[in-house]
Design a protein around this ligand. Structure first.
Ligand code: PEP
Ligand code: MG
Length: 574
């Protein structure tokens, strides 16, 4: 029967496919025992599920290629090791044979036993292994319940419906020709959503009823722009879907004509349009869309989903490939921004911080790990021999942090030069403005930097005290809050006074409908995910900066979001 479920659009695009439902892997099963004569069959069931999980991991490993191959490969190898661990296997068999528990309940008991051992360890690295254990147990549990006609590997033609999805996992799944993702939890500002947009994978988050109303194999229609999910669509839905797809294709063809067009406003002002990206495919797309460079390369994505930290050489190769891929255009490499919702598997980011978004994140973590920071800076400096590199430091709050990183960068550059290692002549150095303190004091540290990048995703969450990933706060978290607009206006004015290049690389910059707002506030450089470059260019080309600037005062007087929205409607009609 047809059902329409509402969520929040996190990555636009339409998809029609079969549902693959993944229930949360928290095994909250009640005790379940079996008859003595069922023991052999239950052991066989367990063995088959473990073998299926092993085959799945092996199959995934074989399919991996490109930039993510090593990163995700190591993560998969670790899962095979956990799966083959004699402790896990013997414990499970013993629980079925001696305890006469069902395979499902044995999985839960053995998981809880091992989890208690991991948690008791006085070592962050081991504590983070708990996630991997849960992954493996979840895979075996899913295999225990898989129907014989379910595809064992890959999600080709399928739409994943899950409780939530971690950034590294999304990258892994995207390799399997998945059509779209729908999650019960999540937010469009999460890093998983950012990855989905980079992958052009339609995604709907915050779809509260998804898990209870969708069954494996149901036909699903996903609209990632409007945040809509239709289960078992009817003839009218399908007709609408085909019309909407045709419209999207037509629009895409129109936008494609802008690939080589200048990013120039109606009144002749040239605006900088950069791309955010790190995967090889994103870099290639950025170049083909005519982006002016990479305005944000999130290096933490190299660190996530793997048990070991990438060493200097591995980082150097990744950064150098991006620099070469941009063919002489600048690449802005951001130092590690782990923490908050970006957790790694190597134990660098602390787990169990009471307030992770306010904790040891970004530059704070890097400064607490000087060797890690040095390796990263050296890798960036070495990459700068191949084209213009800009080093960007995330989450700065105080002048001292900027001084400390700059000191390391200069010292390392001098040492590399002394050792005869080629590096670029002038590697530009900048900071992310994403903490209100940094936004309010730009002029106090402008002498230390060559440019600034505004991270509105975080700036808004810290200014409004509203978690960017908290689904229940969706209405409060808003870039159109008057406080955000006034702070941005002040920031852009300060940067202009200090003759400091400044660009916005948060998701706000990628929303074509908000382009007039940012131009009115004084922004002249945007950095957006490659999939949004053409839409943003189209919006900039339709705008008249002179007229918008004359309406900035009325924008700054808005007292609430609704007034800002009315202002936007008025300027659209200009
Ligand atoms: C931001 O905060 O706006 C930003 C670009 O950084 P990230 O999304 O990686 O935190
Ligand atoms: Mg940020």
């Amino acid at each position: 029967m047809r059902r329409a479920l509402a969520g929040v659009g996190a990555s636009k695009g339409l998809a029609l496919g079969r549902a693959r439902v993944r229930h949360p892997h928290v095994l909250t099963l009640s005790e379940e025992t079996i008859a003595p004569e069922a023991i052999e069959a239950e052991l066989a069931r367990l063995d088959a599920a473990m073998q299926a999980a092993r085959d799945e991991l092996g199959g995934l490993r074989e399919k991996l290629q490109g930039a993510l191959a090593q990163e995700i490969g190591e993560f998969l190898d670790l899962h095979v090791l956990i799966l083959d661990d004699p402790e896990l296997r013997h414990g499970l068999r013993d629980l079925i044979q001696t305890g006469r528990y069902s395979a499902d309940y044995a999985l839960k008991l053995q998981r809880d036993r091992l989890a208690a051992v991991f948690q008791a360890m006085d070592n962050d690295y081991f504590r983070t292994r708990l996630d991997d254990l849960d992954h493996v147990i979840g895979r075996v549990h899913a295999a225990l319940h898989r129907r014989p006609d379910d595809g064992q590997l890959g999600l080709a033609g399928e739409i994943l419906v899950a409780d939530d999805i971690a950034p590294a996992e999304l990258a892994e799944l995207s390799r399997q020709q998945l059509l779209a993702v729908v999650t019960r939890a999540g937010s469009p500002l999460s890093h998983s959503a950012i990855i989905a947009r980079g992958l052009h994978l339609p995604m709907v988050v915050g779809c509260a009823d998804a898990l209870s109303h969708v069954n494996d194999g149901d036909a699903l229609l996903v609209d990632g722009r409007d945040g809509l999910l239709v289960v078992e669509p009817n003839a009218d839905d399908l007709a609408r879907y085909h019309v909407a797809r045709a419209k999207i294709e037509k629009k895409r063809a129109q936008l494609d004509r802008l690939k080589r067009a200048p990013t120039r406003t109606q009144d002749g002002m040239d605006i900088g349009l950069y791309a955010n990206g790190e995967r090889r495919e994103e870099i290639a797309e950025a170049l083909s869309m005519g982006a002016d460079g990479i305005g944000l390369y999130r290096t933490e994505f190299l660190f996530m989903g793997r048990p070991q930290v990438p060493d200097e050489d591995e980082q150097f190769h990744a950064y150098r490939d991006a620099v070469l891929g941009m063919a002489g255009k600048p690449v802005t490499l951001r130092t590690l921004d782990l923490g908050a919702d970006k957790a790694d598997n190597s134990g660098l980011a602390l787990r169990n911080e009471p307030n992770p978004a306010l904790g040891l994140r970004g530059v704070r973590l890097s400064l607490s790990r000087p060797m890690l920071l040095d390796a990263q800076l050296r890798a960036m400096l070495r990459a700068s021999a191949f084209g213009p590199v800009r080093v960007l430091v995330p989450m700065v709050t105080a002048r001292e942090e900027i001084e400390a990183v700059k000191f390391r960068l200069n010292a390392l550059a001098a040492r590399l030069r002394d050792d005869g290692v080629p590096i670029g002549e002038h590697v530009r150095f900048g900071v992310m403005v994403e903490v209100p303190a940094a936004a309010l004091t730009l002029l106090d540290y402008a002498d230390l930097i060559d440019f600034a990048a505004v991270g509105t995703n975080d700036l808004v969450q810290y200014l409004l005290a509203a978690d960017r990933t908290h689904e229940a706060l969706d209405g409060l978290y808003s870039e159109r809050h008057p406080a955000v607009l006034r702070l941005l206006h002040q920031l852009f004015a300060q940067a202009r006074d200090a003759r400091l290049p400044i660009h916005v690389c948060g998701e706000l910059a990628a929303r074509a409908e908000d382009v007039p707002l940012l131009l009115a506030l004084g922004l002249r450089d945007f950095s957006v995910h490659p999939g949004a470059v053409l839409e943003v260019r189209e919006a900039i080309r339709a705008a008249d900066v002179g007229k918008l600037r004359r309406r900035a005062a009325s924008l700054l007087q808005c007292r609430e979001r609704a007034e800002v929205e009315r202002w936007l409607e008025r300027v659209r009609a200009l």
